[in-house]
Write a new protein. Structure first.
Length: 101
């Protein structure tokens, strides 16, 4: 919900346990800090999509901590994109610059 709203995508009706919670999510979104919203906007530079579908992970994987693996997995689903993902050293530099403020 928050990413869709921040990225100005179509926001789907959020439902938790059968209850519509758009008012609750809307009020919580408005209370997010500028720092959190800045972090969300950062990922919009990398991801170009019409909607956001997220799935939770609930256990360890064999690829925990392997940024390159997840980067490659992401681009496997967006092969026609002309955006170049930074290599590991550049990713860490970008994170420091983006999230230090």
């Amino acid at each position: 919900y928050a990413l869709s709203r921040c990225w100005r995508l179509q926001v789907c009706q959020p439902v938790l346990r059968g209850e519509k919670v758009s008012e609750l999510f809307g009020s919580r979104y408005l209370r997010l800090s500028k720092k959190v919203k800045k972090k969300m906007r950062y990922y919009r530079l990398i991801l170009r999509c019409e909607r956001v579908l997220l799935f939770g992970v609930f256990r360890r994987t064999v690829h925990d901590g392997e940024r390159e693996f997840y980067r490659d997995l992401l681009w496997k689903f967006y092969p026609k994109s002309n955006i170049k993902l930074p290599m590991k050293a550049n990713v860490e530099d970008a994170e420091e610059k983006q999230f230090d403020s």
